[in-house]
Structure formats: C-alpha cells, structure tokens
Ligand binder design. Structure first.
Ligand code: ADP
Ligand code: ADP
Ligand code: MG
Length: 478
C-alpha cells in the first residue's frame, strides 16, 4: 500500500483529514483545487496538487469524465471521495472499478442498495431490522399517500427517496397537509436530487437520531464501532453530536441490540468499508432503520475519540486489502465520552447560511481539544459549498468532563469577519436540558435562540464595556 497515489476528490476539513491519514500511512496524497477556490487550505496538507478546471460543482467535484482523465494522467491508484459530492455515487465507483482504481469506500452494489431510501428500507426489513412504519416503496399519488396516512395514523413524513443532508422532507399532520405539500416535496426532490420519487412514513414524535458506525474490510469482516447520538438538529441536519448516546445511557442491552441491528444491515449488502447505519428511536426506546450512509461521515471524530479507532486510516487500509487494526469485535471498547460542535458560517438566530470572509481567527484551546477545520485568515466561505467550516471536538472521562471541555473551548474560539453559529453553541451548552442530556430532535425548536443569543451578546458586550471602564480607571490612577 505504501507509495500508492491517492486522489482526494473533496475540499475543506474532510480533504485535510484524509490527506493527514494518507501521509501518515505512507501513501501519496494528491489534492485538487478548482477555479473558484483561492488558496484552498487543504492543499497545504497534500503532497501533490492537480487543477480541476471549472467554477461550479457540475464542472468540477461532480464531473466524472474530468476526474477519470486526471486519474489517468496523474497515474492515480486510488480515490478518497470524502463526504457529499461523489461519495455515494454508484456510477463513479463503477467507473473506477472498471479501470482497476481503488475506491476508498464500499463496493458499487452496496452504494446502490443503500443509495435510495425505499430500496434500503426493503433491505433492512429483509435483514430482520425494524423500519419506520409506512410505504415500502415509492408513493406516486396524493391519494395513495393519504391512504397510507390513514392506515398508519398522522402525522406522516413525506420524504424524497433520493434525499440527503436533511433536504426533501416535510411532516404532514392531516390529509389537508398531504394535499398541500405533496407536489412541493416532489419539486424539491427533483431540483435537489434529480429524482422526484417520494415515500411516506410515520412521523415519530420527539425521537432521537442514533446512528451506528460500521467498519468492514474486503474479506467479509464487519464490525461496529458503537453509536453516536445526533439529535441536536436544525432543518433535519445535525449540529451537535455525541458518543456514546446519553439516551441509551447505561442500557447495555439496548446498545448491543442497536449495534447488532446495524451489523445485520451492513452484512445484508456485503458492506466492505466505513459506513453508518442511521436509526430513529422513539421515546419508548423502540428503534427503526432510517438509512445507511455509505461513506465517512462528518461526525466520525467523536467515535475515534472514544474508541481510539482511526476510522479514516482503517478505511484506507481496508480498501487496499490490508488488515484492519483489530480482528475481533471485543477489541473495540468505549472509553469516556466525546462531543462535537459543527461550526458553520450561518446566522446564529435564523440558522441560515451566511457566507463571508474570515478576517481573524483565534483560539487558545486547552489540551485534549480537537479542531478539524479549514479556516485561516482571508479564507472565503462561498455559497458554492457547504457552510461548515470546522468541527470542535472534546473528549472527557465522562459526559460532564467532555461538556466542560467543549464549553471552555467554544468560549475561547473567535472567528471574525463573518457570522457563525458559535453564539448558538454557547447558548446550548449552557442550557439545562442539554446539560442533563435530555433532548430529542425537536430540541432546537424549544430553546428560543432569538432570546438567548441576544441576551448572551448583550451580556458579553456589557462585560466588555465593564472591562474597558476598569482599564481606563486603572490608567487614570497611574
Ligand atoms: P452526515 O450524515 O455525515 O452528518 P450530512 O447530512 O451533514 O452528513 O451531509 C454531509 C455532507 O454531504 C454535506 O455537505 C451535505 O450537504 C452533503 N450531502 C449529504 N447527502 C447528500 C446527497 N444525497 N446529495 C448531495 N449532498 C449530500
Ligand atoms: P437525510 O438523508 O437527509 O439525512 P434521514 O432519513 O437520515 O435523511 O433523516 C434526517 C433527519 O430527519 C433525522 O435525523 C430526523 O431528525 C428526521 N427524520 C427522518 N425521518 C423521520 C421520521 N420518520 N420521524 C421523525 N423524524 C424523522
Ligand atoms: Mg441521514
């Protein structure tokens, strides 16, 4: 495996993460940059760079023929897709397989079977894993959706089978709601994912998003690396994740059962890389398969922190046919607790993306803080890409310690020049229910960021003023 040339078809923090792992393992990291990325920070971590010409994602990060040409021209042996972009694209992994290029991800068939939410639900069901009640396949008409709603009971969720990133889903509380939203979700699905197909499922009340990390090799070994709780979400997208799940807590039987269900799903598609099986868990602790993400996930570091398993390095080793760092499930253990905050260029109150330029960046992190990021002064967060700029991760002996550490770290993180969700994170980490670990996916709607962010800002500026007055008084006394 040493000396193999690996192309990273991604950018930002994940490209940096992958480049570091490749360098450590003695492979050659080859990065790309496009016309609308000036001074991309990920290239600093790559040993070689290739220009991917074009200034929109269709011409660049999603352009399979162009990428295949680079692979040929630069004698590439393998490709790491990161997350998003071509990471879950069957056509891409098939194109690579045809040319004998190693895809650092799962086999094309697993990508296909877990790619659409209707097909993957069927796979999970056949594997004996509970799925969210609702349609098993696509629902083509409003009448059919209403019929299912009446059978399983409202509220229901209309969901794009090709969706991702929390997009293409709407809850409907009545027949009327279904009538009003059906066509709109179809339109969103078509414009966002190129496919209008929808499914209808029971909208679970106050649920938890709990997911299980899978790590498998090309020789039929499938392991789980325990669970993560990702219930702090806005627009069905995660902003804070922690591992292990506070909701599962010390219920080891439940932990075992959800982790084993994930392994069943992975085995059902001959899974052979790092991936994540997502579940939704009701207040009654019953869990249902949601989907499988056949790639490395944004929140993988918290799993690495509590288990010591380097997921990216193992993903690379497995792809090149090398043995993983362990050979039995009981070698993987949880030690302590980890919390991750997604730091995004977005308005802390409206939580909508707010692109801009970073003019200053300062941190004084205590030991034990991991900040996977791609920022440096002058870095532009543009509307062309995802507004996430980094992930602040803390591990502690237990949840309280991890919480104290991450709180301290986010208090000391300053990113100037653009709006970020740092003030929102500060509010959440000081909020009583979060502190107690009592929250579900509707948590964000309960905290009224409007009031609290403003109050905190006021308090901060009041404290700053007081400090300035004190300083002037001291000066005057001299
Ligand atoms: P994770 O489950 O890893 O936390 P997210 O849902 O936050 O993933 O998505 C990670 C990245 O991948 C984001 O940049 C998101 O916009 C992108 N993404 C996820 N799913 C899709 C998809 N089906 N199509 C396009 N982009 C996607
Ligand atoms: P995506 O591919 O966009 O990540 P998921 O199916 O994983 O879509 O769902 C994303 C989030 O949407 C979940 O974490 C959860 O908060 C919410 N969600 C999805 N399905 C349901 C459901 N049936 N009931 C309640 N909430 C759901
Ligand atoms: Mg999901």
């Amino acid at each position: 495996m040493k000396g193999k040339r690996v192309l990273i078809i991604n950018r930002g923090e994940i490209a940096i993460r992958v480049a570091k792992a490749l360098n450590e393992l003695g492979l050659v990291s080859v990065g790309v940059w496009t016309d609308n990325e000036t001074e991309p920070p990920h290239l600093e971590y790559c040993q070689e760079w290739v220009h991917l010409q074009g200034n929109n994602n269709k011409e660049t990060y999603l352009n399979i023929p162009k990428i295949m040409k680079i692979i040929e021209d630069y004698k590439i042996d393998g490709v790491h897709p990161g997350y998003g972009f071509l990471s879950e694209n069957r056509e891409f992994s098939e194109a690579l397989a045809k040319k004998g290029i190693v895809f650092i991800g799962p086999n094309p068939n697993a990508v296909y079977k877990m790619g659409a939410k209707d097909i993957s639900k069927q796979v999970a069901k056949e594997a004996g894993v509970p799925v969210v009640p609702g349609s098993t396949g696509e629902v083509a008409t409003i009448e059919e959706a209403i019929k299912i709603g009446n059978e399983i009971g409202f509220p229901v969720l209309l969901k794009a089978v090709a969706g991702g990133g929390g997009k293409g889903m709407r809850p409907c509380h009545s027949e009327e709601d279904v009538k009003n939203n059906f066509a709109a979700v179809q339109r969103e699905a078509l414009s966002g994912f190129g496919y209008a197909g929808l499914l209808v499922e029971k909208y679970i009340q106050n649920p938890h998003h709990i997911e299980v990390q899978i790590l498998a090799d090309k020789k039929g070994n499938v392991f789980h690396v325990f669970e993560r709780e990702c219930s702090v979400q806005r627009r069905h997208q995660k902003i804070i994740e922690e591992a292990p799940s506070p909701f599962i807590g010390t219920d080891e039987a439940l932990r075992k059962s959800i982790c084993e269900a994930a392994v069943k799903c992975a085995r059902a598609v001959n899974y052979d890389s790092a991936g994540t099986v997502e579940f939704i868990m009701g207040e009654d602790k019953k869990f249902y398969f949601l989907e499988m993400n056949t790639r490395i996930q944004v929140e993988h570091p918290i799993t690495e922190e509590i288990t010591g398993v380097d997921l990216v390095a193992n993903m690379i080793k497995g792809a090149f046919g090398e043995p993983l760092d362990f050979n039995s499930q009981d070698q993987i253990r949880i030690q302590g607790h980890a919390i991750e905050l997604r730091i995004c260029a977005e308005d802390p109150v409206s939580m909508l993306p707010a692109p801009g330029k970073v003019v200053g960046f300062e941190t004084t992190f205590p030991q034990g803080i991991r900040f996977d990021h791609c920022i440096y002064p002058q870095f532009m967060i543009t509307p062309d890409f995802d507004p996430m700029i980094g992930k602040l991760i803390a591990r502690g002996f237990n949840r309280d310690v991890a919480l104290r550490k991450v709180k301290n770290a986010v208090e000391n993180l300053s990113i100037e020049g653009l709006k970020t969700n740092i003030p929102l994170h500060r509010v959440i980490l000081n909020e009583e229910n979060f502190k107690q670990g009592h929250y579900s996916t509707n948590y964000i709607s309960t905290i009224k960021p409007q009031e609290h962010v403003a109050k905190r800002e006021e308090l901060s500026s009041f404290l700053l003023k007081m400090a300035a007055i004190e300083l002037t008084q001291q000066e005057n006394q001299k």
